[in-house]
Structures are given as C-alpha cells and as structure tokens.
Design a protein around this ligand. Structure first.
Ligand code: SAH
Length: 598
C-alpha cells in the first residue's frame, strides 16, 4: 500500500495509518521535508506511477486532484487498483476506484483507525449490504462481467431467486422471491450465468494429485480438466491442489495450480498414510515407491470430506477429488512450496532499489539480513518478521534463510548492492549444491532480484568511468589466497581494464590496497584517475577523486568502493565543483591530459 501526501498535515495523518497498516509514504518534496518518506516532484506523475504499480493508493488530498491526474490512466473497472481519497486532516474518506477490489474494505479499516464512516458509493454495498462482485473468502463468482447488469436490475426493484445455500447472501438485504426476474445459483457444477443470473461456487473441493518425476504440465492439466468435466464439477469450486511433500518441486504441479488459479499445498507422508485404509484403489507399486498406496486419493482424503471422484489416470499422473461440507482453507493443510528470494537492495537509497527487488521484499513473509541492511529498508519491512544477523555470520544467515524457506515460507534474504556480486547469491547456491545438502532444501524455489551494485552507483556519481572495458576485484583475502588476488590485479593492470575494487580494506587487512596501487603504477600513468566512493546512497556519502599516486590507504575504509581508471579514463572537475570522470568508448581522447580542473 502507498500513501501520497502533499503537506505536513497529510504526513501526520499518513503516519498514523502507517503505524497500524504498514505501507510506504510518498511526499511532495517541495512542501514536505522528512527522511521517512520517498520524495517526488511531480504530483501527476507520482499519482500515475503509483496507480500503475497496482498496489492500493491512499491519496491525502482533494478528490479532484486525484481524478484530474488519474483520468488518462483509467482502464476497465476490473483492472483498477484501489484508490482512496482521504482528507489531509483525516476527517473524510472516499474510496474512488477499485471499491470491490479491496478499496471499500481498506476504507473501512482506515475509518476505524480515524474514527469516521467511509463514504462508500458502490451501489450494491449501500443498498443491499453485500458486494456481489466481491464474495467472501472461499467463494468465487463465475461471471463477474455480469454483475453490473444484474445490480442495475436489482436497483430497479427486481427480486432474486436463490438456489443453493449461502449464508452471506441469505443474510444480505437482497429482496428474495420464488420465480423472480433475477436468479442466483450456488453450485459446484459448471454453469454459465448471464446478466440476470449470477453463479457462485463454494471452494469446497480438494484436488489430490500424484505423478511421476518431470510429468508434462499440459498432460496434468488435461487430466484434471477431463476429470472435472466427467464428474460435472466446476474448476472454480476447487480450493487447492494437494500432493506429497516430495513433489513440492515438481513443475507440472505448479503449472496446473497456476492454470486453475489455486494454491498448491504439500502434505507429509505420515498425513497421507493416515488415510491408507480409506483408499478405494490402493497400488502396491506406488506403496513401494513412495510409502503410500496412492498419493492422489490419500491427499484428497486427508484434506477432509468424502472422496467424490476416485483415482483417474493419465500416462504419468493421477488425480482424485474430495468434497468437504464447508469451505476448505488450503492454508490449513500441509505447506506451500518454500521460496527464497535473494534480493539486492542497492547501495542504500530507496530510489536506487529496483521494482523487482521491492516487490520480492513485499511478497516475503520473513526477511533475513545483516542488521544495517534491514535498517536501510525499514520503510518496506515495518510490518514484517525480520531476522537480523551480525556482520560476518554469512553462512549461518544464508543457511537460516534456506531452512525457513524449506518450511514452506516465502523468505527474502537481503544483501547490499546486487546480491550476485560479492554477496549472498553465490553462497546460497553453493549451500544448495553440497553433497550433504538436505533433500528438503532442494525443493524450494530460488530467485534473485536485480540490484544496483556499488561500482555502478560509484560510476554514476562521477560520470561514466565504466564506459569501456572494466572488471571488479574483491581484495578480501578471507576466502581467496592473496597470491590469487594479486595475480588478478596484475592481469587487470596489464590488460588496461578500469578496475572496481570491492572490500578494499578490512580492520585486519590494510596492506593489499597499497600493494595493488604500486602494481598498477607499473602499468598506468601516475595521474590515472582514482575515485573513492564512500557510503554511496547513504546519509554521509563522500566522493573524492585523485591521481593514482596520491591514493592513501588511510583515506579508505570498509564502506568505500575504490575505482581506478584505465589509461584512457579522463577526470575533469567542472565549474560547479562536481567531477566528470569518463572512459571514452573509443580512443578519440588519446593524448589529452588525464585529470583536468576547470
Ligand atoms: N553486493 C555488494 C557488494 C558487497 S561486498 C554490491 O553489489 O555492491 C562489500 C563491499 O562493497 C564494501 O567493502 C565496499 O567496497 C562495497 N560497497 C557496498 N556498498 C557500498 C556503498 N553503499 N558505498 C560504497 N561502497 C559500497
């Protein structure tokens, strides 16, 4: 969720809400000075960008401002993310868009915090005390496109005949009559519906699936579709796809779950074995292979209810369906496939984070990282379960993140810069690749999100020093022998690469940088530009440039990136005191002085 504020009053109101509901505050830089919000300069652009981000937007300003700026961005009703107008002083709230996609519910939550009644304007909510296109959890509307016409007729005074049982409809103010002009059907059978007829499905069917390794996803989907059609069941009544935990990394299961838009949940062997006596079609072969005489039937049965469809088979997959009397909560059965996001958060500034990295952090249930990095993303993780570790505890930290993911959680392991550059990405993959890696670790999904690495941030602060061939060398000798490091420095020096030195010094190791400088001086002019970029993107960022001969180890600490130019790199101090450092893409600049001051 995002808040957009234009004034200090709006900021104070947004903070009250943020304390309770989480979310990110975006503030108009010209009028609001604060460190805990993201600044923006153009109100219209900010509203458009936040709207397109797809998350609920609470704009603390006049509804007219929002309407004017959003009008070019509006699409069809069903795609709009919630947008809520909130008076800056928190005295009035109007859900403007996406009311039935969480907007009305959010406005009610905000109303509770601010002690005011939201101005809900969507017709069916106000007249009938029910949102027909937003049925309660566990219910699914088969024909959302027909709600508009249906509600229009309802508002004109028509009554409804309800077939089937649904408490939330029975308890609404919808006028009911036999043989009425409008019809609502509650069923688990497939049914089309139309503008006079809405069809709701209760999610009370459990789909149990078994399969061989690397089954084709399309084969599995076809089997499920065929089975549902034969039994005259709607896929919209499915609450989830259930299988054995050994299968958590089986791509076809996830492809099928995504196809039917249902969660996949994995049950342990003991849970399935508890159903062994109830299996109508036990198989000795399957029992010998996985320890239970039928995964599909046992999985469907273990979720509850009665077996509605016994085991059906395709070449490599099996499926069975059980029906429960009530709605099935898929989260109450087994666990999801665990997910590890390895996320680079960039050097520090919020606006140097990639959208993919932020999204991965927002999706995660648990955030694991070095305490300083967790502080740098405080705006994103306020309402999250954060596990902070000290510097140095890298393997413990990565192993903990993997183990948490292996218990079915969505875990984000955060790293500074890019997570694949001298960071946790490689260590995570290494831990997953060891001979003694526990089998349950290998069933999680792993994904890296891009981050801006320190060398990119250093480069963009001074110009374009990475404009031609470059390399990155870490001077950390904790895991790499010094001879190897120095061999690489010599090779990079003689090949005339621009070099980004990561980990230039540590508390214990201060000599390698001086040795590297002296090796480089054998190949490069004394006035080769060097950039020291300290605390990039953080509060006390410092950037300095100097000739290679003047590089002093005492000017460098662990939070510095040292960049040494090639023989082509030029550095010029501009009239305003900023540096323009660049490495020409060709050789046009040859022969001019390397460092110039205006
Ligand atoms: N994954 C990180 C690198 C981690 S290694 C990345 O892609 O940037 C740690 C080293 O990175 C530090 O010793 C320093 O040399 C450099 N570094 C990381 N963040 C930095 C920052 N904000 N400012 C300057 N240097 C930084």
């Amino acid at each position: 969720m995002n808040y957009l504020v234009l004034s200090e009053t709006g900021l104070a109101t947004a903070r009250r809400l943020q304390n309770e509901l989480g979310g990110v505050i975006h503030a108009y830089g010209k009028r609001v000075q604060t460190d805990d919000a993201r600044p923006f300069e153009d109100v219209g652009a900010a509203i458009g960008d936040l709207f397109h981000g797809g998350e609920p937007l609470v704009a603390l300003c006049a509804a007219g401002i929002i309407i004017r700026h959003l009008s070019p961005h509006l699409s069809t009703k069903h795609e709009d993310a919630p947008v809520i107008a909130l008076a800056e002083d928190g005295t009035a709230i109007v859900p403007l868009l996406g009311g039935h996609h969480g907007g009305n519910a959010l406005a009610r939550d905000i109303g509770k915090i601010l002690n005011l009644a939201p101005a809900i304007t969507t017709a069916s909510d106000t007249m009938f005390n029910v949102a027909l296109d937003e049925p309660p959890q566990g219910w699914c509307l088969a024909n959302p496109g027909d709600v508009k016409n249906f509600v229009a007729t309802l508002r004109d005074g028509a009554a409804v005949t309800i077939t089937g049982e649904a408490d939330w409809l029975a308890n609404s103010n919808i006028p009911q009559a036999d043989s009425a002009a409008l019809h609502i059907t509650v069923t688990d059978e497939p049914s089309q519906g139309d503008g006079q007829h809405l069809v709701y499905h209760r999610r009370n069917l459990a789909l149990g699936i078994g399969c061989e390794r690397r089954t084709d996803g399309q084969e599995m989907i076809a089997l499920i579709e065929h089975t549902l059609a034969e039994a005259n069941l709607s896929p919209l009544s499915l609450a989830g796809l259930f299988s054995l935990d050994l299968k958590a990394d089986e791509a076809a299961l996830h492809e099928a779950a995504a196809h039917f838009n249902i969660p996949a949940r994995f049950l342990d062997l003991a849970t399935l074995q508890a159903q062994e006596d109830r299996l109508p079609n036990p198989s000795v072969v399957v029992k010998t292979e996985v320890g239970i005489a039928g995964v599909a039937e046992a999985a469907a049965l273990s979720v509850g209810g009665e077996l509605l469809v016994e085991k059906q088979k395709s070449k490599r997959a099996t499926c069975a369906i059980s029906r429960s009397s009530g709605i099935i909560d898929p989260n109450a059965h087994g666990q999801a496939r665990g997910h590890l996001s390895i996320v680079g958060i960039g050097p520090g500034r919020a606006d140097w984070r990639t959208g993919a990295a932020e999204a991965a952090i927002r999706r995660a249930d648990i955030i694991v990282g070095y305490s300083l990095y967790l502080e740098l993303i405080a705006d994103l993780v306020k309402d999250k379960d954060c596990r902070a570790y000290n510097l140095g505890e890298e393997e413990t930290r990565v192993a903990a993140a993997i183990e948490l993911a292996a218990t079915g959680q969505n875990v984000a392991l955060v790293s500074s810069g890019d997570a694949g550059v001298f960071a946790m990405g490689a260590l995570a993959h290494e831990l997953l690749d060891r001979d003694d890696t526990p089998a349950h670790w290998d069933r999680i999904s792993v994904e890296l999100s891009p981050g801006i690495s320190a060398m990119q941030a250093a480069a963009l602060r001074v110009g374009a020093p990475l404009g031609h061939d470059f390399c990155a060398i870490s001077l950390s000798d904790l895991l790499t022998p010094r001879e190897v490091i120095l061999k690489r420095v010599v090779a990079a020096a003689s090949a005339d690469f621009v070099i980004a030195f990561y980990n230039p010094v540590s508390k214990r190791r201060r000599d390698l940088l001086a040795i590297a400088r002296d090796l480089l001086l054998r190949h490069r002019p004394e006035d080769t530009p060097v950039i020291l970029a300290r605390n990039l993107g953080r509060a006390d960022e410092q950037i300095t440039a100097m000739p290679l001969t003047h590089l002093q180890v005492d000017d460098v600490d662990m939070l510095t990136l040292v960049m040494v130019g090639s023989s082509e790199t030029r550095a010029r101090k501009r009239g305003d005191g900023t540096w323009s450092v660049y490495t020409p893409r060709g050789y046009a600049a040859k022969g001019t002085e390397l460092i110039k001051e205006a």
